[in-house]
Design a protein around this ligand. Sequence first.
Ligand SMILES: *Cc1c(COP(=O)(O)O)cnc(C)c1O
Length: 725
Amino acid sequence: MPIGRGGVPEGEPRPVVLRWDGSDDIERAVHELARRVPARLADLARLAYNYRWCWSPEATALFTSLDPHRWQACGENPIRLLQEVSPATLDHAAQDPATVSRLQTVADELASYLARRPAGEQMPASSPIAFFCSEYGIHRSLPVYSGGLGVLAGDILKEASDQAIPLVAVGLLYRQGYGRQHVDHTGWQREYWVDTDPERLPAVLVTHAGLPITITVDLAGRPVQAQIWRVDVGRVPLYLLDSDVPENHPVDRWITSRLYVNEHRMRLSQYSLLGIGGLRALRAMGIEPSVLHLNEGHAALAPLELARDAARAGVPFDVALEVARSRTLFTTHTPVAAGNETYGPGEVLEVLRDFFADDPQRYLQLGRIRPDDHSEPLGITVLALRLSSRANGVSRRHGEVAREMWAELGVDIGHVTNGVHIPTWMAPPMRALLDRYLGNDWLSRTADPATWEPVDSIPDHELWAVRQELRRRLIDAVRLRVVNDRLSRGEAAHLADRAAQVFRADVMVVGLARRLATYKRTALIVRDRHRLMPLLGGEHPIQLLVAGKAHPADDGGKRLGQEIMEVQAGPDATGRLVFLSDYDMGLAANMVGGADVWLNVPRPPLEASGTSGMKAAMNGGLNLSVLDGWWAEGFNGENGWGIESVGADDTEQDIHDADALYSLLEHEVIPLFHERDEQGVPRGWVRRMKASLRSVGPQFSATRMLHDYVERYESVRRAVEGTRL
Ligand SMILES: *Cc1c(COP(=O)(O)O)cnc(C)c1O
């Protein structure tokens, strides 16, 4: 009968709680969904409406076990699973005492997780940190992310939840998400979009007095309304604005359609809705944030809206602006020009004419490096830097680069190096192994190097066995994907099958997956076929797995994918090089779990951080990377391999770096992998794996990253204590 602690027993009236932040709406949805499943399984509804399940191996296994086939068919979306699974299957599970008892354990764990009190001094929950980002990578079933920025934001929310930091997050609900990738027979990327029905997501509309709460922002001369969806990520509520409502002009309903639409004015409308609308949404729900954290400059208008709001209430605008600024923290994520977007004054004044109406020139000045240079467009990074009191890059190196890049602004830019959420990215077999050797509560102590010391005492063959198991799982997934990818390109069935069989669970795997953007130089590895082909054949071959999407408008990025495909299909191909289509968080988890070596060869200093190599390291993979971004501070000579990138121009640099890459593979990496003892364990390799886990584990976990951010939040909060806007 119970539907979980904090829930409402069936048949009893719900207690009236006057909160408009959507928590009541979640309760209602849980109750509704619980009515569709047998009473003994009612707690499944509560689990389904909180993404906490996706970093609990037990909860994930429970959903999978209900109906493994349907779980995959639903894209691992538990709401859809419970809506679509057959009643007979549910009845069967309800009769199984083991399932019921597992559910009880997992539901109890969730309840105590949500009730956990923060350790140490924390900020007051009544005035949380408001985190703004244009994308969130929480899980593959919530397709509102495109790449690293979103996945990092997702990791931050999960870690904030684990540490019980009062934080609320704001973003957009893209009804079509990001472009999915099909690679045609010429190797060219074709995008297609899949509609997301929010009713089938673990999302609820935030309502008040039975009606959806909506906010309005005037954009391009029209009032644009947005409703608010709430998604629970552990203890952190994620609010997603949605302009696809019938009241809006058809053009404006498109604002929250796709991530980073190409059309400039529409993109600016997206950012305006995120920044201005996001802050209005929080206020409409009665949430008064203490600190605004702009994760990338897209939401740069949020502090301006905070100041404008105070000015409307009578505070002199300059004072209001200064207070808003002092409460805002900004993280810049890329030195690449395309990531530091600019907009011409004409475009800006067209989209924001109402918002900027009282003093357009003044606002434009805020977004220019040289305020009085009228030929300079408005830069969103400049705007964010001007409207925040603390700013940071995402690695030590990137901090230096960003300081230099924006020196003329005279703002101070520090750094908080990225980290990854270990419970999300460490595959269950590795986690189970570390559970045995690092002590039961090690996951709450990952930022402490001492936590990782016992890694050295893990018997080599045990660590190696986990590695073998993870590679086996990856190869199973690769074979399936190779067949699907090839058949979808119209290839013959027997050839597709033969291509899949080439992949072997006992052959070294090199992984390379990231957004296809020219500065990432994904095709560097195929630069010299005469060096590459012997690596893919012979007595000690490697298997090279490549994946990544290009932005739909980035032909340069698509060309990189095509170069890989051309070599893959070339006359001298061995079949051990494959480009896997449609990279997403699911494929990423497989790849970073199973790869023995993780490759990254960006053109320095353009890799702000990079995070996939951290994920690979958490699974015992070794990084082979250009010394840029996080690896410039992560590489210690023993935990992988580093390439010092040199060259007078791009071409020379490419030649040098490719040569260094091949040489390392030929002379160090591949031989070390095959140096086995009598039990078949590569001792030298395992030694490096341990060095990697011990160094990368504490330094590049999201736990350490959040500690750094909390320090910044605290200093911002102390600086504005007592001021109210
Ligand atoms: C981790 C991740 C990224 C970011 O990888 P980088 O190393 O920063 O390029 C991008 N996409 C997905 C799906 C990821 O999981």
